[in-house]
Write a protein of this length. Structure first.
Length: 149
């Protein structure tokens, strides 16, 4: 059975994923379904592979470089002060990277811990094109300055 990563990549390829920001050489940039931090993005590998270790060196370098460009785009498009990068692939066993903005106004007990351990997931805003269209366009515009189509 395909993972949610496979499903989202297919939807993005078909132009049916409203959270898709843009295509880069290593995959798809998407805004997270749950915006637990404003600007939270995921880089989905395309083609979908199990692990970054399956990629040849140039493709690995592209994935990691593009992941950091997405972080730069989030920094430029929000008022966050730093970015957390995570490639875990434990639950969804297909290569994807979480690019998570962190904010100085997060409480210390949250800001100083991995975002996954913080409370508030249930109350976090869900992605909505109506709400997040400008953010999506700002992130895309920054990425396109560095990584043209």
């Amino acid at each position: 059975m395909d993972s949610i990563i496979h499903q989202r990549v297919k939807l993005s390829q078909e132009g049916k994923n409203p959270s898709a920001v843009c295509k880069v050489s290593s995959g798809w940039v998407v805004l997270g379904d749950t915006q637990m931090r404003h600007g939270y993005c995921i880089l989905l590998s395309d083609p979908v592979v199990f692990s970054i270790n399956e990629l040849p060196q140039k493709e690995r370098e592209a994935f990691l470089f593009e992941m950091t460009v997405i972080g730069d785009a989030i920094l430029a498009s929000t008022n966050c002060y730093r970015i957390n990068y995570e490639i875990e692939c434990n639950r969804e066993q297909a290569l994807h990277a979480h690019i998570i903005p962190r904010y100085v106004d997060e409480p210390d007990e949250v800001r100083n811990r991995p975002v996954w351990l913080s409370s508030g997931w249930k109350n976090a805003p869900q992605f909505s094109l109506e709400t997040h269209a400008k953010l999506l366009e700002d992130i895309k515009a920054y990425i396109r300055k560095v990584i043209p189509e």
